[in-house]
Write a protein that binds this ligand. Structure first.
Ligand code: SAM
Length: 263
């Protein structure tokens, strides 16, 4: 037996299948989500239902997105009820807007797609109320890192632009079957209702951040050559000799705004 279900499912590495088997951790995740009956909640990667079953006891309805056909067959059999909607397919292609507004997102995520998935959450932030997910601890550390921290990265800036984030608790490898090689952590993302530092042009902001972090050891003068001049850096009071990881989200927005609307 694998995971919380009774199906003899052989975990698939390519789908990042590490099933939760620790009831204490499952309880902590459910309590962190604090589901309320009328919530519009979608679970990513229900797998064998470790989180699905306790979520369902607290919700009127639940939507799930799963890619593994074998698991979908198990889920369809187990949850042949009007209160569960099963979406079959790749969450990276999923249109979260189709699920309506104030969407609550939860899941023990497949770690191999965590970065593109987090960017996808950012894309749909306007439809989302909050996100509670388990990820590789190292990724969560990057998400919540502060400027100057060695983990501060493009992911930190792009997510901190849109979300208030809180690392909730750590989860050891032994809480899963099979046990992953890495430590895990649960994180909450709440989209800002009003962005603290809105960029005039978010595409420009995104490309400035990507460029600045493309060569982490190089100075901004080098990575942003041809994008912004030394005179602009002086006007913005940003040191061109600094590296990307020393700048705040607000600094990146100021650079992007200068690029989008040069004086
Ligand atoms: N929720 C279960 C648990 O906690 O035991 C399973 C979590 S397991 C880490 C990740 C789940 O995501 C698996 O069920 C896997 O099949 C599913 N999955 C992997 N890649 C996916 C994708 N691209 N789209 C949707 N589901 C995916």
């Amino acid at each position: 037996m694998t995971g919380k279900g009774t199906a003899k499912h052989i975990p698939r590495k390519r789908f990042g299948q590490n099933f939760l088997v620790d009831d204490g951790i499952i309880d902590s995740i459910i309590n962190a989500i604090a589901p309320q009956r009328g919530d519009n909640l979608v679970e990513i990667g229900p797998g064998l239902g470790a989180l699905t079953a306790p979520l369902l006891t607290r919700l009127d309805r639940l939507q799930v997105i799963e890619i593994d056909r074998d698991l979908i067959a198990v889920l369809r059999e187990r949850y042949a009820t009007a209160s569960v909607t099963i979406h079959e397919g790749d969450v990276l292609q999923f249109d979260f807007a189709a699920l309506g507004s104030k969407l609550r997102v939860a899941g023990n995520l497949p770690y191999n797609i965590s970065t593109p998935l987090l960017f996808r959450f950012a894309e749909f932030a306007g439809h989302i109320r909050d996100v509670h997910v388990m990820l590789q601890r190292e990724v969560v550390e990057r998400m919540v890192a502060a400027p100057g921290d060695s983990e501060f990265s493009r992911l930190s800036v792009m997510l901190q632009y849109r979300f208030d984030m809180e690392m909730l608790f750590d989860v050891p490898p032994g809480s899963f079957d099979p046990a992953p090689k890495v430590e895990s952590a649960v994180v909450r993302l709440t989209p800002f209702s009003t962005l603290p530092h809105p960029a005039h042009d978010e595409a420009v902001f995104s490309s400035v951040v990507a460029r600045a972090f493309s060569q982490r050891r190089k100075t901004l003068r080098n990575t942003l050559k041809g994008v912004i001049t030394d005179a602009d850096f002086t006007r913005l009071d940003i040191n061109p000799g600094a590296r990307a990881q020393e700048l705040s989200v607000a600094d990146f927005v100021r650079i992007a705004d200068a690029v989008a609307a040069p004086v």
